[in-house]
Design a protein around this ligand. Structure first.
Ligand code: KG4
Ligand code: ZN
Length: 331
């Protein structure tokens, strides 16, 4: 029972091979960003996937020592994501499945992030609350069972990771072509004091489970522009403390409201050192995938595809890429 999975929703080309629920190989080929641009250029990302996909699939199969005739399911991210990038991965996966005569399954990228917790934790179970915190999403979801999800809250503006990226840029911490601000702020914060600057904790005290991060970014921008000198590490640590207070506070509320005994935290920001430390202080069971399975990766797509296939669900080859949460499988 070997699943080959492809993830191309954003700028990383990732291919994984899974035997049942065990990861045989999980390769991520990060694109070299053109230093002329400060972010992801969708057209360039799609072209890079086009160039990378076949070599990455070949190399994954070689490393895992898997032959074509051993693969019995092909999974690919169908959305949400960048349309051009999704099209490349999705069509490649459909063609592969069709050519090999095996079922194809389209996977929801956000669901895959949540199910990443099943890759490493054999004691992971439904129901759970999931906090999905990445560069594109900040969402709290009540996962009752596979495929039964209720969105409890989401960001009204910037995603938490996006806010990290913008604040890193405001603080001048990113080099040419570098887009990920989270790891840089995380590292710098270790040298600073998070109690130095009282940045706002947006929507923490308000009822409900939605988030808003753009005001916090503006508060950092105003603070920096009004001061000649300020210790960068203290600014970074104080900003991080504000984000973490909000994320942990909302998780605690979501767990209280649902009465669910376990929390999954996933997506790129879940790699954050301070967030992990604080989450483990919650009384419920907390599952956080290791960094490799937190950021975009195909292993999470493979496990999501396999779990649905185990329930007898697959996708039609007519499945199209989509921008928002959608169900893509059928029994
Ligand atoms: O899930 P991901 O790899 O891609 C998507 O956005 O789907 O998440 C990337 C985001 C970026 O915004 C990055 O700055 C953030 O995750 N990130 C972090 C850390 N590592 C990555 N944010 C805070 N602390 C980190 N250690
Ligand atoms: Zn993602």
């Amino acid at each position: 029972m070997i699943t080959l999975a492809i993830e191309t929703s954003c700028d990383d080309t990732s291919v994984a091979l899974l035997e049942n629920r065990r990861v045989l190989c999980n390769l991520v080929s990060s694109q070299i960003v053109n230093p002329k641009f400060t972010g992801i250029v969708p057209e360039l990302a799609a072209r890079a996937h086009q160039a990378n996909l076949l070599p990455v699939v070949r190399s994954a199969m070689e490393r895992a020592d898997v032959r074509k005739n051993q693969i019995d399911l092909v999974a690919a991210t169908a959305g949400p994501g960048l349309l051009g990038s999704l099209l490349v991965g999705l069509n490649f996966a459909k063609a592969l499945a069709y050519g090999m005569g095996v079922p194809f399954i389209g996977v929801n990228h956000i669901e895959a992030h949540m199910l990443a917790a099943f890759v490493e934790h054999s004691n992971m179970r439904f129901p759970f609350v999931a906090l999905i915190v990445s560069g594109g999403h900040t969402m709290l979801v009540h996962a009752r069972a596979l495929g039964q999800y209720e969105v409890l809250g989401e960001t009204l503006d910037d995603a938490a990771g996006e806010c990290y990226d913008k604040v890193a840029r405001i603080l001048g911490l990113l080099k040419d072509g570098q887009v990920m601000g989270g790891p840089v702020i995380d590292r710098l914060s270790q040298k600073g004091d998070g109690r130095m600057i009282a940045f706002p904790r947006p929507m923490l005290k308000e009822a409900g489970l939605d988030f808003s991060f753009s005001g916090l970014k503006t508060a950092v921008m105003n603070f920096v522009s009004q001061r000649e000198v300020s210790d960068q590490a203290d600014v970074a640590a104080s900003f991080q403390e504000a984000v973490v207070d909000v994320l942990v506070g909302k998780c605690a509320r979501a767990l209280g409201v649902t009465g669910v005994p376990r929390l999954v935290v996933c997506g790129g920001v879940a790699a954050n050192r301070r967030l992990r430390e604080r989450l483990h202080g919650l009384p419920q069971e907390v599952f956080i995938p290791s960094a490799e399975y937190c950021t975009d990766n195909a292993a999470m797509v493979a496990i999501a595809g396999r779990m649905h296939a185990d329930q007898g669900e697959t996708s039609a080859l007519s499945v199209r890429p989509f921008a928002k949460w959608e169900r893509v499988t059928q029994k």
